[in-house]
Design a protein. Structure first.
Length: 226
């Protein structure tokens, strides 16, 4: 009986902590997996596999948060892809302003190029702002922008998009001439299904989409991802 009471108390504390974390999210935001239970994550800024080469400020948990409106629209994308045994993998969603500030500080440290070979081999680090790969304000911080790709649900492998997520170079542009027809077809599949359900693409990055009717067009949030 005593063990049962201890277990019940621990369980109650766990759910209390979860509820406490969720209460820190603005009321019109949601954890993406609460709306799309079968969504897959690869939250790069929580770890070190990203263009900076280290965990990014504000990412305290490898999870994804979006405005409820964007999450509900993305659920329709997932549903359509699932009919073809395909699904979505999320690299990034809501991004705190403190993470953007981290990128800005990093960009000014021109000697720090630990991840250059993988993520920006043909771009000088000092040109990342000028070329639009990094900005002082990010649409991600408004809560309705998402970085994602498509996976095969049977193999769990990503479809070949011609360049990896966060690769800074012409090969990542939607109109790139440096990719194969199959890679173009995969990008077009992602673009068509995202546009069908209310998202717009970004010409420089095949993985980047923003909800057209985003609820916070002028607000840049800074609560942590936890």
């Amino acid at each position: 009986m005593k063990k049962l009471l201890i277990f019940t108390a621990l369980l109650s504390m766990h759910f209390s902590n979860v509820q406490s974390q969720k209460s820190k999210i603005p009321k019109d935001f949601t954890y993406l997996h609460d709306v799309i239970p079968n969504i897959e994550y690869d939250i790069r800024y929580y770890g070190s596999h990203n263009f900076v080469g280290s965990p990014i400020d504000g990412y305290e948990c490898p999870t994804a948060i979006l405005s409820l409106r964007a999450a509900q629209a993305l659920a329709k994308v997932q549903q359509q892809l699932n009919t073809r045994d395909l699904g979505l993998k999320i690299f990034d969603a809501y991004r705190p302003q403190r993470a953007v500030d981290h990128f800005i500080r990093w960009a000014k440290m021109t000697h720090d190029t630990v991840a250059k070979f993988e993520f920006y081999p043909m771009v000088d680090k000092k040109d990342l702002f000028k070329k639009g790969y990094i900005a002082t304000r990010s649409g991600h911080s408004r809560g309705s922008t998402v970085d994602l790709t498509i996976i095969d649900l049977n193999t769990r492998k990503e479809l070949d998009m011609g360049s990896p997520f966060d690769f800074f170079g012409e090969k990542s542009h939607h109109n790139s001439v440096h990719i194969t027809n199959e890679q173009k077809k995969n990008r077009q599949l992602l673009k068509s299904v995202m546009e069908k359900h209310g998202f717009r693409s970004y010409s420089e990055e095949w993985w980047h989409y923003t909800l057209n009717n985003e609820p916070y067009k002028e607000t840049y949030f800074d609560f942590p991802v936890q």
